[in-house]
Design a protein around this ligand. Structure first.
Ligand SMILES: *Cc1c(COP(=O)(O)O)cnc(C)c1O
Ligand SMILES: [Zn+2]
Length: 416
């Protein structure tokens, strides 16, 4: 059963049919999916969700393709890990890590792609396309392979090697563009109007794509026993994920799955080498001024974020904040999470953890709050960011003497 009643312009409210549309003809505002929440609340209960698959599709009633069979690699229902050792280091109380590195292609993008391509297939598209900073490329190529669709993936030419290999391996078309992500995105907007039969997951299918991020809120609430956190820290690239996490908590209340109206403070995390939204927050600006990215957090390197303004509004409305961190802090964030909790995140995760540390140090994220930090991509995708500074404790000849000479056992055994 599909509970979508149509699409609606987020700016002027004009209604549209649930087709491959993403902007309003009148005001150029982005379109959003509209559900019949009364009908959803009659069918979706804690029990019905618990009986569903261990994937994002257990929340199918609040996704825009409930009546199609999903293109699914097993995405979602990733671990929510209580992070006591990290909390102690940061002076926090109840801290959880939403470990989205555990998705099939190693990032949260599997959530949005599974939804977008399922809808695209339902609408009759046979070509899956995207402009990507890397993780989306992995996910579109993998899901297209699974569905037997042709993939047409566009990336900046200077991406991490791992992200190129883990896209190309799925056998679709992978085009490296000499330019930044924003150049790639502009090219894809032109290609999308030239090739209306291609499903660009983050252009003409973006309305549906974005809905997949709500499952990051749904899962956290379910994993906390249908309660919400007090404060979440979310990485921001286009701003879509953050906006939809905020919306996801509200929707759960609208369909009766939460006892009280949720008041979740939402804080955004950016790299200071690409922080257009954090900068607008800090300066109190109303418009997002585009920037040219220069950061090791390539998966967040969107200088002109499509949903930046909505993310800014969501953070302000929730009483949250923004932080931004430089490359050194990002690497330290990756190491901190790895050594306290055994979770290896990519640079975007380093941004989230380093921003969490900054927000905790300034008292914005507080020890009396139940906090969830979203760690959205796997560290194996960006090993080169760490490789120069992260290696063996010692390299020795295979003898007892060499070991004794190289390793001070007193301090080595204490270092845990
Ligand atoms: C794309 C991405 C994000 C941010 O997503 P937006 O919805 O564009 O803000 C966060 N983390 C990782 C690892 C990503 O790949
Ligand atoms: Zn409009």
């Amino acid at each position: 059963m599909d509970y979508v009643t149509g699409l609606r312009c987020r700016e002027c409210g004009r209604p549209y049919p649930a087709e491959a549309l993403h902007v309003c003809d009148y005001c150029f505002g982005p379109l959003e999916v509209v559900y019949d929440y009364d009908a959803v609340s009659a069918s979706m209960t804690a029990e019905s969700v618990a009986a569903g698959p261990q994937t994002i599709w257990r929340y199918g009633d609040l996704l825009p393709v409930a009546d199609a069979s999903p293109i699914d690699l097993g995405t979602g229902f990733t671990p929510l890990v209580k992070a006591d050792r990290l909390a102690a280091e940061l002076g926090l109380g109840e801290l959880w890590i939403k470990n989205d590195t555990a998705n099939p292609t190693g990032s949260f993008k599997d959530r949005v792609v599974s939804v977008a391509l399922t809808k695209a297939r339902q609408l009759g598209f046979k070509v899956a396309a995207c402009a990507s900073t890397g993780n989306l490329a992995n996910s579109v190529a993998a899901h297209a392979a699974r569905a037997g669709m042709v993939s047409m993936v566009f990336i900046p030419h200077d991406l991490e090697v791992a992200k190129v290999v883990t896209t190309a391996v799925y056998g679709g078309n992978l085009i490296a563009v000499e330019g930044t992500y924003d150049d790639v995105n502009r090219l894809c907007a032109e290609l999308a109007s030239e090739h209306p039969s291609w499903a660009f997951v983050n252009v003409n299918i973006r309305t549906y794509y974005a809905e997949g991020s709500k499952t990051l809120a749904f899962e956290v609430a379910e994993q906390l026993g249908w309660e919400v956190p007090d404060h979440v820290v979310v990485p921001v690239a286009s701003g879509s994920q953050l906006t939809k996490i905020a919306k996801g908590f509200q929707e759960l209340y609208q369909v009766g799955l939460l006892h009280e109206e949720p008041h979740v403070r939402v804080s955004g995390a950016q790299a200071s080498g690409c922080s257009p939204v954090a900068t607008a927050f800090a300066t109190g600006a109303d418009a997002i001024r585009p920037v040219r990215p220069d950061t090791i957090a390539k998966s967040l390197a969107i200088g002109n974020p499509a949903d930046g303004w909505y993310a800014l509004q969501a953070v302000r409305a929730s009483g949250g904040s923004f932080a931004s961190v430089d490359d050194e802090e990002i690497l330290e964030g990756i190491r901190l999470l790895a050594r306290t909790e055994g979770i290896f995140a990519e640079t975007a995760g380093g941004v989230t953890i380093a921003c969490l540390a900054k927000l905790a140090a300034s008292g914005i994220v507080r020890p009396d709050e139940r906090v969830v930090a979203y760690v959205t991509g796997h560290g194996l995708k960006t090993v080169e960011a760490l490789a120069p500074s992260t290696g063996p404790t010692a390299t020795i000849a295979p003898t007892m003497e060499a070991f004794a000479a190289a390793v001070n056992l007193d301090s080595a055994e204490r270092s845990a």
